[in-house]
Design a protein around this ligand. Structure first.
Ligand SMILES: O=C(O)C1=C[C@@H](OP(=O)(O)O)[C@@H](O)[C@H](O)C1
Ligand SMILES: C=C(OP(=O)(O)O)C(=O)O
Length: 443
């Protein structure tokens, strides 16, 4: 889906205390994977709590285009009747993955070892993002791939009939690269191995194991090594999608910076590959209480109670970047209200997300009176007692930039505007309603 022609400015105003419960929608990463693994399984996969954001809906359409029967039964309730590993059929049209890096990269992996041809496109943001990081390893399986200059979309993949398993060291710590290789490895005989420098989110590994694949991970002196045995029969499984910690970060941040706030966020992920923000916030002195630790949908979760309080700036180590990669935009907003400076290290990957997130946050914060320094792979935000606000941030088709500046406006002196809030629908369609329910003034 594309927002190119429907820019929707949004403004957020200083808010009174935020209170109540924030019911966060389903995890985007897990939702994509539930649809894709459902499509690669034999039998019916029933999904509850699926995120109905545009990114995930594009993946649902793609799975139908490759031959799976994908049906919606009610809010968040979906079923996928899969075609089995290697069972994808050739899609009739072009596969449009909209704004979603996860969608396009995982689906390219899932089809590259089946002898069919597919062409992938996306919106203006996705068309700027690097794809060679995925098409390079997929070529090693034997797939024939043509792309636009610089490894960008549109990309056509001619899947390989007799794939070779691959042993691949990822050039950057990325769950999308890892997952694309593992999904391609499903239809290659023998063992496919992915080695990453830092462990990235492990939802693919957890779900592949749940669907019956033989997969294991180990931390070695050489890195984090994931080994998958190809050609399993994946068996359909019920999937209860847990809530998205990356979406939860927005109301959590708002409660931390709006004086007098105290909110409850049930079912927050405690998966150690996703919890870097919460470790960082604790170091900043945030008042966070986790209770009712339990498991939901195969993921460790807990309820979080978060209260406004004084925060101090910290230095976030580069090794933590992968476990909070999508949370840096909102962390930079929180940092603007902390005492002292917050340094985010090893974050070069932010430059190739839906936008160059370092640039987008730096320019938007500056427009609202906050001092920011940047290097190619770091960002430093200088906290201040009162954040002036009053500026407009450009969102560049990036949902996380839009939501971050809406949160900034809830605690700054003057209102904050974004040029286009429509990308929020890619990952968190109910963001505005949820924030208003807690007492925020935005729209
Ligand atoms: O695998 C996933 O579901 C995701 C991985 C991350 O990307 P990278 O793996 O490219 O860092 C993250 O930014 C994205 O929102 C979702
Ligand atoms: C980077 C993100 O998503 P994707 O790569 O799937 O577009 C995100 O949701 O912040």
């Amino acid at each position: 889906m594309s927002h190119a022609n429907q820019s929707r400015p949004m403004t957020s105003r200083r808010s009174g205390p935020l209170t109540g419960e924030a019911q966060i929608p389903g995890d985007k990463s897990i939702s994509h994977r539930a649809l894709i693994l459902g499509a690669l399984s034999v039998g019916e996969t029933r999904i509850t709590g699926l995120l109905e954001g545009e990114d995930v809906l594009d993946t649902a359409k793609a799975m139908a285009a490759f031959g799976a029967k994908v049906e919606r039964h009610g809010r968040g309730e979906w079923s996928v009747n899969g075609v089995g590993v290697g069972g994808f059929s050739e899609p009739e049209g072009v596969i449009d993955c909209g704004n979603s890096g996860t969608g396009v990269r995982l689906i390219m992996g899932a089809m590259a070892t089946t002898p069919i041809t597919a062409t992938f496109t996306g919106d203006a943001s996705l068309s700027r993002r690097p794809m060679a990081r995925v098409t390079d390893p997929l070529s090693e399986f034997g797939a024939q791939i043509t792309s636009r200059e610089g490894g960008r979309l549109p990309i056509t993949i001619q899947g390989v009939q007799d794939p070779m398993p691959v042993r691949y060291r990822t050039p950057v710590a990325s769950a999308q690269i890892k997952s694309a290789i593992l999904l391609a490895g499903l239809n290659a005989p023998g063992k496919t191995v992915v080695i990453e420098s830092e462990p990235t989110r492990d939802h693919s590994e957890r779900m592949l194991a749940g669907f019956g694949a033989e997969i294991h991970s180990e931390t070695t002196p050489d890195g984090h090594v994931v080994t998958l045995t190809g050609r399993p029969e994946l068996r359909a499984q019920p999937v209860a999608v847990p809530r998205d910690p990356s979406s939860a970060a927005f109301p959590v941040a708002a409660a931390l910076i709006v004086p007098g706030s105290a909110i409850r966020v049930p079912g927050i992920s405690r998966n150690p590959t996703r919890d870097g923000l919460y470790i960082t916030l604790r170091e900043m002195g945030a008042d966070l209480v986790f209770e009712n630790d339990r498991e939901e949908g195969g993921e460790p979760v807990a309820d979080l109670i978060v209260r406004h309080g004084k925060l101090k700036g910290v230095s976030v180590p580069a090794e933590r970047a992968a476990s909070m990669i999508d949370e840096f935009p909102i962390l930079s907003v929180i940092a603007a209200f902390a005492e002292g400076k917050t340094v985010m290290n090893g974050v070069a990957e932010l430059r190739v997300k839906e936008s160059d997130r370092i640039d987008a946050m730096a320019r938007g914060l500056e427009a609202n009176g906050v001092t920011v320094e940047e290097t190619p792979d770091s960002m430093t935000v200088h906290g201040m007692e009162k954040v002036p606000g009053g500026g407009t941030a450009v969102t560049h088709l990036d949902h996380r930039i839009a939501m971050s500046f809406m949160v900034l406006g809830m605690a700054s002196e003057a209102p904050v505007t974004v040029d286009d809030g429509s990308p929020i629908a890619t990952s968190f369609p109910d963001f505005t309603a949820l924030m208003r329910g807690l007492g925020a003034d935005l729209g």
